[in-house]
Design a binder for this molecule. Structure first.
Ligand SMILES: NC(=O)c1ccc[n+]([C@@H]2O[C@H](COP(=O)([O-])OP(=O)(O)OC[C@H]3O[C@@H](n4cnc5c(N)ncnc54)[C@H](O)[C@@H]3O)[C@@H](O)[C@H]2O)c1
Length: 371
């Protein structure tokens, strides 16, 4: 198969769909890999790294889209890229179609076969191609929160770990899933006093078993939340109710009882945010203040650490990318129901029920299309 990797063109996107190591594996499997000139630069990979891996560097995206059997990317194809997709071509990338009717319409019209990273599943009921980005965002949250807490940035002027004789910062993490667990680990590692609240007792039991006294856990009731908000120097929002907008757990009226200059890091902003006052920000201007409380609400946090994110995503996508290239999508999806769950569009038809329901478009059963 000819595997093509174009440069990402979405603003502020520095990741790349294929790492040189993934390209090398594909070449070792007998495939041709073509990579657009400079595609890896944002993530710290030079063209020479790809040629050393056995890939060929191609000047333009047009040439990549025109000749590749499979396009491997990071972000959903932008309008200009969608025009280049063609019938029979395989697209493997994040799509997030449900809130994006224009993209859905274009993918259906293109006749391509599109497999979305975010709907590929695993045996434990997880989303293995979303998890690496949640791990990155979770580990980054205390780091950006600590920066937000600095006086010059409008924060309370509190050091995460304190110093001898001065207590550490108090960090509240709301939601103890992938993001919350990684955030709590790092915040505790920085020396902060950390509490994680979740609604799932099973999850709280797991966190308690695995992490012991590294951080505390609590059941996420409004009463306990209010108690912790009054004490917190930093609050990290990491809740997710699958398929729904994030619940607004912290409201503006809470700010009056919070410490002035406390930092809110709303990682759940990509689902609308779990603080009432959250609005999405960018890496260029990540923070703003409301009633003396500092907010950090960057919707694509992993972009700040494009190299780590690219490698983490590449590790997770590589086995699926190789299966698709080795067997073709039909056989690969027939052999792996979790990969089949990634199929969103094929030959002019939508194949993912939840997207069809969200957009009012008829769908065909993905399983009926695999080999
Ligand atoms: N901003 C970014 O760059 C970025 C990057 C990655 C992930 N995210 C987002 O972070 C959020 C969390 O992702 P995740 O992978 O950790 O999800 P997850 O499903 O692993 O965890 C979510 C947790 O929230 C808990 N929860 C639900 N309702 C709650 C409530 N009322 N109080 C407390 N806990 C509650 C759930 O029990 C679950 O444990 C998602 O919205 C995800 O899209 C954002």
């Amino acid at each position: 198969m000819k595997i093509g990797c174009p440069t990402e063109i979405k603003p502020q996107e520095f990741r790349v769909g294929l790492t040189p190591n993934a390209a090398k594996e594909a070449v070792m499997h007998g495939h041709d890999v073509i990579v657009q000139k400079g595609a890896g630069v944002g993530a710290g990979f030079a063209d020479a790294d790809y040629t050393a891996a056995g890939a060929t560097i191609i000047d333009t995206a047009e040439e990549i889209f025109a000749s590749a059997d499979m396009i491997v990317k990071v972000k959903e194809p932008q309008a200009a890229e969608r025009k280049r997709l063609r019938e029979g071509q395989l697209l493997f990338t994040y799509l997030h179609l449900a809130p994006d009717p224009a993209q859905t319409k274009d993918l259906i019209a293109s006749g391509c076969t599109a497999i979305a990273y975010e709907t590929v599943t695993d045996n434990r009921g997880g989303l293995p191609l979303l998890a690496p980005m949640s791990e990155v965002a979770g580990r980054l949250a205390p780091q950006v929160g600590a920066w937000t807490l600095q006086k010059a940035n409008g924060g309370r002027g509190v050091l995460m770990g304190g110093v001898p004789g001065v207590g550490p910062a108090k960090v509240l993490v709301i939601g103890g899933g992938v993001v919350g667990t990684h955030a709590a680990r790092i915040a505790a590692g920085m020396g902060a006093e950390v509490t994680v609240l979740d609604r799932s007792l099973d999850r709280l039991r797991y966190l308690d078993d695995v992490f012991g006294s590294v951080f505390r856990t609590g059941y996420s009731s409004q009463g306990l939340l209010d108690e912790h908000l009054a004490q917190a120097d930093m609050v990290i929002g990491a809740v997710l109710i699958p398929g729904a907008a994030a619940p607004k757990l912290v409201r503006r009226e809470h700010f009056a009882m919070m410490k002035p200059g406390a930092a809110l890091v709303d990682v759940a902003i990509d689902q609308g945010g779990c603080f009432e006052t959250s609005k999405a920000t960018t890496h260029a201007e990540p923070i703003y203040e409301v009633d003396g409380i500092m907010h950090y609400c960057v919707a694509n946090m992993p972009g700040a650490v494009a190299r780590t994110s690219t490698i983490a995503l590449g590790n997770a996508t590589m086995p699926f990318m190789l299966a698709l290239a080795d067997k073709g999508w039909k056989q690969a999806c027939a052999d792996d129901r979790h990969l089949l769950n990634g199929l969103n569009v094929h030959a002019g038809k939508l194949t993912y029920k939840a997207v069809g329901e969200a957009l009012g478009i008829d769908t065909v059963e993905a399983a009926s299309l695999a080999a």
